[in-house]
Design a protein around this ligand. Structure first.
Ligand code: DHB
Ligand code: FE
Length: 284
């Protein structure tokens, strides 16, 4: 693992998010082509929304040209995954989850990296020798919707560090830091040792941050753990877990919090916090 001293910037995390997205697409070829009727229906509806906005807001030529420039900048800055995941993905998730039982889902976001180090529970996520932050022991059980334990379920977990940065997207962090795939035991139980993440700030020096500032919004997401929970024969849950009382919990810029996804960690007395959370998967 190598570290460099350069500080994280939007340019770094944004274009890395585009690269990670491209690599993910390349690794999963064979996505079905969208049929012409569907392209026509969705794009017509999208354009109708834009046309309506132009009329109701009396959008001017200056604003139209500023919008074109902005869209060009988002692409050149490599920030399409950030922008779309912050402002759009929560509704895609809502629609996808309409027929889903079990643990509530939340957005994947732009920072998932597949193929992280696997370990069996109890596991400590890869971290620096001097990793900062409150130690967190996160444990629970993965069950099916009928209550059956799911032996060997996998908890694919990734999170920001105590400064709000994600490894793989912030050049000063070692690859794989605070990421891992933890395999549950024969009863579907898991125990993961990590640190509490800090809230995440949308990079302020790229186009997504520029828009947030221009609109007078705030650029924060509450502290969260990202999870993909899977077991053979069951539908994978993509979700996030938040922290009770955490800053920005009620005003997430990505609108991705849900009351069922808030953890209540307890201080074990030695500066370590512990928390239990069980996952429920529905048969695929
Ligand atoms: C973004 C970052 C996240 O960590 C997340 O969970 C969702 C979105 C973003 O920058 O787009
Ligand atoms: Fe995140």
């Amino acid at each position: 693992m190598t570290t460099t001293q350069s500080s994280p910037t939007a340019a770094g995390s944004g274009s890395s998010a585009t690269e990670a997205f491209r690599a993910g697409r390349a690794a999963t070829p064979g996505a079905p082509a969208v049929p012409p009727e569907r392209v026509s229906a969705v794009v017509s509806s999208l354009l109708a929304g834009i046309h309506r906005t132009i009329r109701t807001e009396s959008v001017t030529y200056d604003e139209f040209q500023a919008a074109k420039q902005y869209l060009i900048d988002v692409g050149e800055g490599g920030e399409w995954p950030l922008l779309l995941d912050v402002f759009v993905e929560h509704v895609v998730e809502e629609v996808a989850a309409a027929d889903q039982d079990g643990t509530k889902g939340s957005i994947l976001g732009p920072y998932y990296l597949p193929g992280q180090a696997r370990s069996t529970s109890p596991a400590t996520l890869p971290q620096r020798a001097d990793e900062q932050g409150t130690k967190l022991v996160f444990s629970g059980q993965v069950r099916g919707t009928d209550g059956e334990p799911l032996p060997g379920a996998e908890i694919d977990i990734w999170q920001a560090d105590d400064q709000g940065y994600y490894s793989g997207f912030a050049p000063h962090l070692p690859d794989g830091n605070l990421r891992g795939v933890v395999v549950a035991d024969g009863q579907g139980r898991f125990e993961i040792h990590t640190v509490e993440p800090a809230p995440y700030q949308i990079p302020t020096d790229g186009p997504t941050g520029t828009l947030i500032e221009a609109a007078g919004w705030h650029p924060w997401r509450p502290a969260h753990l990202h999870l993909l929970v899977r077991a053979p024969g069951y539908r994978t849950v993509t979700t996030q877990l938040y922290f009770r009382g955490g800053e920005w919990l009620d005003s997430d810029v990505a609108s991705a919090t849900k009351p069922e996804l808030v953890l209540d960690p307890v201080d074990a007395g030695d500066g370590t916090c512990t928390v239990e959370y069980d996952f429920t998967l529905e048969p695929a």
